[in-house]
Write a protein that binds this ligand. Structure first.
Ligand SMILES: [Fe+2]
Ligand SMILES: [Fe+2]
Length: 320
């Protein structure tokens, strides 16, 4: 049976399906009866769930978080949809179609990764090449690189989203670099490939997208620089010599790529290559944000709702 997506649930429907349950809480009503409040989620969104006449045994049987089979009914409560849960049963994740729960890039992952490798193979500087190759040869890191989301919420928040973002950026750089002959392509290409590498550790995506403890504490900019330094140390101990200026320039591109202090960059771009990476990053993130925001709102309205991250409503109407 096809999965009933949360964003398609309407009031008054019978619910009999698998959902990801998050943050269940056991509470008591003013009369002293126990009930469980929870969120039911899938890749399309989340909805409040309520189980009245609950018991501690039922509460303890609910994974926190995890997959559950829900039997119940949807209803409108104070103008918000919620699901009244009559029965909740834990489901083993092996029995679940994970694609219903985590959005995945619509593009071909293998093809994008091949093109990424092909574009960065143009890097000629031997030290930058050694750094980039040490990442490419790190199978575990590359596994994560091709499956990580590009972000939690704002842009490319899907499995393979990081690869899609880096692939887009490398293609844009490849197209515009010939217009700027003084910009050093090796730095731009290596900088793009590595700029968000920290996201492979910043975000976790087992049941849903969330920050890891290290990601929450350090953030992907710092994590990317630490990863690059680890690789350089390994290469140095293997006998490769490094020019500090090359390391500083590459790491400057990484730390400045958010472009503003309030967006988490400790330094503002101070090299043409850093400006280029920062602008291409912003271009790709914004286009993705706009396209996903428009795609999320179906219907005939010409305008989307207000989008906080973009500080505007978006005009959806296309030319005939
Ligand atoms: Fe970033
Ligand atoms: Fe980025």
């Amino acid at each position: 049976m096809a999965h009933k997506f949360i964003n398609k649930v309407e009031a008054g429907e019978t619910i009999n399906d698998i959902y990801l349950v998050k943050d269940p809480i056991l509470r008591s009503t003013t009369r002293g009866d126990l009930y469980i409040a929870m969120f039911l989620c899938d890749r399309s969104g989340q909805i409040n769930g309520r189980m009245w006449q609950a018991t501690e045994i039922i509460y303890k049987s609910i994974p926190k978080p995890g997959f559950v089979h829900i039997q119940g009914r949807s209803e409108l409560y104070q103008n918000n949809l919620q699901v009244i849960v009559n029965k909740i049963t834990q489901i083993d994740s092996s029995k679940v179609n994970i694609d219903d729960f985590l959005p995945k890039t619509k593009k071909n992952v293998e093809k994008m990764f091949e093109e990424v490798k092909q574009i960065i193979s143009q890097i000629k500087n031997p030290q930058l090449k050694a750094i980039v190759d040490s990442f490419l040869n790190d199978e575990e890191r590359m596994e994560k690189f091709i499956s990580s989301p590009g972000g939690m919420k704002l842009h490319h928040s899907c499995i393979g989203g990081l690869l899609e973002h880096v692939h887009n950026m490398l293609c844009v750089a490849n197209a515009i670099l010939p217009m700027y002959p003084n910009v050093q392509p090796d730095l731009v290409l290596a900088g793009i490939f590595l700029h968000d590498m920290g996201k492979t550790e910043e975000l976790s995506y087992d049941l849903s997208f969330s920050y890891t403890n290290q990601g929450q504490l350090l953030g992907h900019i710092v994590q990317s620089v630490l990863m690059i330094n680890d690789k350089i140390s390994l290469l140095k101990s293997g006998g490769t010599d490094f020019d500090q200026q090359i390391i500083d320039s590459l790491e400057h591109i990484i730390v400045s790529h958010h472009g503003q202090y309030e967006y988490g960059s400790p330094k503002l771009p101070a090299m043409t290559e850093a400006f280029m990476v920062c602008f291409i990053d912003d271009l790709d993130a914004k286009i993705n944000m706009v396209e996903s925001a428009i795609a999320e709102e179906d219907g005939d309205e010409n305008w989307t709702a207000w989008k906080n991250a973009l500080q505007t409503r978006l005009y959806k109407k296309r030319l005939e």
